[in-house]
Design a protein around this ligand. Structure first.
Ligand SMILES: [Zn+2]
Length: 120
């Protein structure tokens, strides 16, 4: 599995998210929604001090486990865990956005970031 991005403990994260979606999706969304604002066509996460240097929003899910906001929302929206080895791409290029997300493989994601491919 590709671990290039560090920070993510894939299996724990996916399990936790899958459980949250099953047990209390509404409550989780309510909690998260308090930190969301509209920004143009995007819906963005207002940082609460746990953002990353690269500008991605993060939350503490439980002890020693921090999740990227866009990963949480992709999972909630699609009602399934992010498939192993896949990444979530911001099609609007706003890293705090939770609305314009697509599932993407790491090679394509990297190629887009390096300007060697375009989004479909
Ligand atoms: Zn957006």
């Amino acid at each position: 599995m590709n671990r290039r991005r560090g920070c993510f403990s894939g299996q724990i994260t996916h399990d936790w998210l899958a459980r949250q979606v099953k047990l209390n999706k509404e409550r989780l969304i309510d909690r998260l929604a308090r930190n969301l604002v509209d920004e143009g066509d995007c819906r963005v996460w207002v940082p609460t001090g746990s953002g990353t240097k690269k500008g991605y929003g993060r939350i503490s899910a439980k002890r020693d486990l921090k999740l990227y906001i866009h990963h949480v929302f992709w999972t909630l929206t699609n009602c399934r865990p992010i498939p192993a080895g896949m990444e979530i791409d911001h099609t609007c290029e706003n890293r705090r956005c939770i609305k314009h997300l697509q599932l993407i493989d790491p090679d394509t994601n990297l190629a887009i970031r390096n300007g060697k491919a375009t989004r479909t």
